[in-house]
Design a protein around this ligand. Structure first.
Ligand code: HEC
Length: 121
C-alpha cells in the first residue's frame, strides 16, 4: 500500500465510525415501538406506574441484570400483576422490537440517567 492509499483508508474508517448507528444512537433516545406503547407502556411508566421501570435500565425489581430471555419468557407467561401476551397480541417481530428497544434504552440511560421513556409521535 502506498502512502495515498493509507491516508484514504484511514479517512474512510474515520468517516465510517462517524456515520455508524451506535454513535447516532448514543445521542438520540431510541424510538418507542408502537407494540411497546400499546401493550407495555401503560403499566411500565413513571411516576404513575404499576410495573417496575427498572426494565428501562435492564434491571429487575431486585436490582439484578435483566436478561433478554427473561424478558421474552415474562411477556409470554406473565408475572403476578403482569398479564401474559399471546402471539396475536405481541408477535415474534414485535417481541424482538421490544427487546431491542429496552437494550437501546438501557444504553441511552447510561449517559442520560434522567431520561423518561415517552411514546414517539
Ligand atoms: C397490567 C400492567 C402491565 C402490563 C400491561 C405489562 N406489565 Fe410488565 N410488569 C407489570 C408488573 C406489575 C410487574 C412486576 C410483577 C411482580 O411484581 O412480580 C411487571 C414485570 C415486568 C418485567 C420483569 C421485571 C422484574 O423486575 O422482574 C418485565 C421485563 C416486564 N414486566 C416487561 C413488560 C413488557 C415488555 C410488557 C409489554 C409486552 C409488559 N411488561 C406489560 C405490569 C405490567
Amino acid at each position: 500500500m502506498n502512502r495515498t492509499n493509507v491516508i484514504m483508508v484511514t479517512a474512510l474508517l474515520a468517516l465510517g465510525m462517524l456515520l455508524s448507528g451506535s454513535n447516532a444512537r448514543a445521542q438520540e433516545p431510541p424510538k418507542m415501538p408502537y407494540v411497546f406503547e400499546k401493550n407495555c407502556f401503560l403499566c411500565h411508566k413513571s411516576p404513575e406506574r404499576t410495573g417496575p421501570i427498572g426494565i428501562y435500565d435492564m434491571r429487575s425489581k431486585s436490582g439484578n441484570p435483566l436478561h433478554e430471555q427473561y424478558i421474552r419468557n415474562n411477556v409470554r407467561s406473565g408475572q403476578n400483576a403482569m398479564p401474559a401476551f399471546r402471539i396475536s397480541e405481541v408477535n415474534p417481530k414485535g417481541l424482538n422490537a421490544i427487546v431491542t428497544y429496552l437494550k437501546e434504552m438501557a444504553e441511552y440511560r447510561k449517559t442520560h440517567p434522567g431520561y423518561k421513556p415517552t411514546p414517539t409521535e
